[in-house]
Design a protein around this ligand. Sequence first.
Ligand code: AMP
Length: 368
Amino acid sequence: MRVGVLGGGQLGRMLALAGYQLGIEFRFFDPNAGAPVGQIGQLIAAEYSDHAALERFLEGLDVVTYEFESIPVSTVRFVAERMKVFPPVKALATAQDRLLEKQLFTDLDIPTPPFAAVDQIQDLQRAAARIGLPVVLKTRRMGYDGKGQAVIRDAASLEAAWIRLAGSQLLVEKYVEFQHELSVIGVRDTAGREVFYPPIENVHREGILRKSIAPAPSVSPQLAAVATNYCQRLMNRLAYVGVFALELFSVDGELLANEMAPRVHNSGHWTIEGAETSQFENHLRAILSLPLGKAALRGSSVMFNIIGHIPPMERVMAIEGAHLHLYGKAPTEKRKVGHVTLVGPSLEDLEQGSGELRLALGLVRGDG
Ligand code: AMP
């Protein structure tokens, strides 16, 4: 079987590493000739608008998927006219626009922070008065890892935030004083069968995921059922195929949807060692119409992202239960270059290892 992957980052790399074990072959497409997947698979380096290069990419493939959320929808449509593409284009188009995403949540009765589209400064002023400060002004498109966002705490700062982000289509939403950030990862196959990993607790700093804990210690079975149900409603509405992630805020026992990702997700990296079937393998199983694998846990897991530098490998690998992954990327500030997952029988068993890992990775307060 031959799978084509649009995007050549670490998510594509981990998809391929999971697929090689099943004898699957991979071809990647990315505008960057130095993309990390070039080290492990065939890479076609061309612009996403280059139709001739896309035709070459498609030759002999069985199915195409994508690992990067900002792939132009027009590229995925071009591919979809010639080949099966999963997840469906509609999921990508919705996830690329925060307004469409929030409207979908609302349509499906999935609670989300109050929001409004902002085209003029007057829209922002009116929405801030209606929703109540603090609010977050966000670009509707191309925002990730906290980029393109401004938290506004007082009316005097509305104009400065508007000036900073104006020029893009914007959305404003209530700034939520959440207790926890959670995610749920689901998998749906071509026949509509589904598997869900248990909710994960995530720690972000500067909008970047630093740490994930699975299963989320703060989540009761009742809350987990609610989170899973939200994820399921979204996947069903989108006739989804593949791995899907829903990010949520937990506030006083309620869940509010923040955003969704139509792809394998950073908060699911722990599944490689911490679950019976990893999110990467399950994504491949789903898009290739193979039986889905169980999402059952192998104990508890804590995943730390490695950001901005390569840590001393031997120190990390000496820690009991630590599984190191490096993505073959040159470290630059704020760049995710790897991750480490600690797996053990329970979270208490992982405390010592987490402390040692924090030191080995040079983590600072706020990194989890
Ligand atoms: P996003 O790109 O929307 O996921 O935002 C990145 C991070 O910013 C989130 O993981 C939160 O930590 C924070 N954030 C985003 N939106 C809100 C909000 N409405 N209220 C509070 N924090 C937020």
